[in-house]
Design a protein around this ligand. Structure first.
Ligand code: B12
Length: 209
């Protein structure tokens, strides 16, 4: 399989019932969950973003598409998550302060869990101090930061500054991502790594451990 047009369109149209039904059918047929994600759900959300940029979609349409995607992810998440193996490492993930976008962050979380990592998800709108608090007790923690707004990206630097202030910067790794984030930005703020997709985020995390 590559693209299932009914599934792809259902996310764009925010038709949650069809999204869920199509995903279930594909799972029953034995389609790999990663393929459903990478060749259908993620490109569909990218198309939603394009429609928003061109003023064809507005916030309500974004929300119903996001909801369709998230309901679909509920079926895929358990399949993406490996079980019964020794954990590869510990990750604290969250969307930075002021930012409520969590679809990409949730995907990265699922893929990391699928890659054998134990993941603590702090949710959205997470203050820098919260990341520090959670990483303090576990040296070697990988902190994964997501930001989707150019206005919230600077919060990533605030997290790194807060880690420095609390004296634990050298005992953790920080990786960052989200649509507006770039490799250059990661280097500029002193992050340890950046990736533009969830699969590469897992590879990056493996490199850290
Ligand atoms: C869906 C969506 C929403 C939904 C979010 C629902 C939810 N639960 O997440 C809602 C409607 C709530 C929303 C609200 C807003 N949004 Co919005 N939204 C989007 C949209 C269309 C899609 C984002 C998405 O989910 N993409 C799909 C996922 C899979 O991709 P991703 O997040 O990029 O994640 C991938 C990678 O980036 C990476 N990744 C992500 N995180 C991490 C973390 C790590 C550690 C790593 C390694 C990798 C990684 O891996 C992921 C998987 O491959 C984007 C458009 C776009 N092109 O991004 C706009 C967009 C991000 N929103 C935008 C705006 C302006 C807003 C609002 C301000 C709108 C408003 N006027 O209210 C508000 C802000 C609310 C807030 N405070 O956060 C702008 C931002 C512009 C900018 N330059 O800052 C965008 C770019 C749209 C646009 N072109 O104008 N939004």
């Amino acid at each position: 399989m590559s693209r299932n047009p009914t599934l792809f369109d259902s996310v764009i149209n925010g038709d949650m019932a069809v999204t869920v039904a199509e995903i279930q059918q594909e799972i029953d047929r034995g389609t790999p969950p990663q393929m459903l994600l990478e060749e259908n759900l993620i490109p569909a959300m990218a198309e939603v973003g394009r429609l928003f940029e061109e003023n064809e979609y507005f916030v309500p349409e974004l929300l119903i598409s996001a909801r369709a995607m998230q309901e679909g992810m509920k079926l895929l998440n358990p399949l993406l998550t490996a079980s019964g193996i020794e954990k590869a490492g510990y990750v604290v993930i969250g969307t930075v302060k002021g930012d409520l976008h969590d679809i990409g962050k949730n995907l990265v979380k699922s893929m990391l869990e699928g890659g054998g990592f134990e993941v603590l998800d702090l949710g959205v709108d997470v203050a820098p101090e919260k990341f520090v608090e959670e990483a303090k007790s576990r040296p070697g923690t990988i902190i994964a930061l997501s930001a989707l707004l150019t206005t919230t990206m600077p919060q990533m630097k605030n997290v790194i500054d807060a880690l420095k202030m609390s004296g634990i910067r050298d005992s953790v790794k920080v990786m960052i991502g989200g649509a507006p984030v770039t490799e250059e930005y990661a280097q500029a703020i002193g992050a340890d790594g950046y990736s533009d997709n969830a699969s590469a985020a897992v590879q990056l995390a493996h490199q850290f451990v």
